[in-house]
Design a protein around this ligand. Structure first.
Ligand SMILES: [Fe+2]
Length: 236
């Protein structure tokens, strides 16, 4: 049986995840953040202290410093699971689109979904849950204006959304950010892919030029220190 723990980190609106295989007592930590290690530790204890086989990132974050290097070291995972496209300087277990990671008997399929960043992965867990990172939010998508070529990133995001549209609409989606603190109008912490396909504003736009306008107008202020945070997270 697969269990997915969603950990909303205080009032930050950011979410970390733990994928847990009860049968084999194995776990993977996804998107952990500095200052919130205790949330992860407590949840692992609640789950009966499974062996942490993998430490996984959806992408290089710009709004919060990662504690993946710390957990990777602590649990001796031999590097962080990240897209092979990441310019991360630390030790990684590089992924390609379509790779399968086994957490005990739980299948985690890598979906390379660039756009928000050039190194973004979504993770499809046992064909039941989709960890969407900062690709797909509830009612919105992740911003593309934190570095890089905005037009290129907007087009990549557009294509990534078209890929997600082809998946089972019954999938439950679990994003990296939820709620008003991230200018997301829904207070829900997860959604169903079919619901997003029908109602998510960004997913209704089927023209790349129109999408680019959407992706570059009316976004909230950029996170404090975002350039430094990107650098720090790349250094590991
Ligand atoms: Fe992000």
């Amino acid at each position: 049986m697969t269990k997915l723990s969603q950990l909303i980190l205080g009032d930050t609106g950011c979410a970390s995840y733990i994928i847990f295989c009860e049968k084999r007592n194995k776990a993977a930590i996804v998107d952990s953040f500095l200052g919130f290690e205790e949330n992860i530790e407590k949840e692992l204890m609640k789950l009966g202290s499974p062996t942490v086989e993998y430490v996984i990132d959806t992408h290089n974050h710009a709004d919060r410093r990662s504690s993946s290097p710390l957990f990777s070291k602590k649990h001796n995972t031999g590097g962080i699971v990240k897209s092979s496209k990441t310019p991360y300087k630390g030790q990684i277990k590089p992924t390609e689109d379509g790779d399968i990671i086994l957490v005990g008997e739980v299948q985690v399929e890598v979906m390379f979904t660039p756009g928000h960043t050039p190194d973004h992965n979504c993770y499809l867990v046992d064909n039941e849950y989709l960890l969407t990172g900062d690709c797909l939010f509830i009612g919105d998508v992740g911003r593309i204006d934190l570095g890089g070529d905005y037009r290129k990133k907007s087009d990549l995001m557009f294509d990534s959304l078209r890929r997600l549209e082809k998946l089972d609409p019954n999938l439950r989606i679990y994003p990296n950010h939820v709620g008003a603190v991230h200018a997301i109008s829904s207070e829900a912490t997860y959604s169903q892919l079919g619901h997003e396909i029908e109602t998510n504003e960004a997913m209704q736009i089927k023209d790349k030029d129109e999408f680019f306008t959407y992706m570059t107008e009316g976004w909230p202020p950029k996170p404090d220190d975002w350039e430094q945070i990107i650098q720090d997270n790349l250094n590991g």
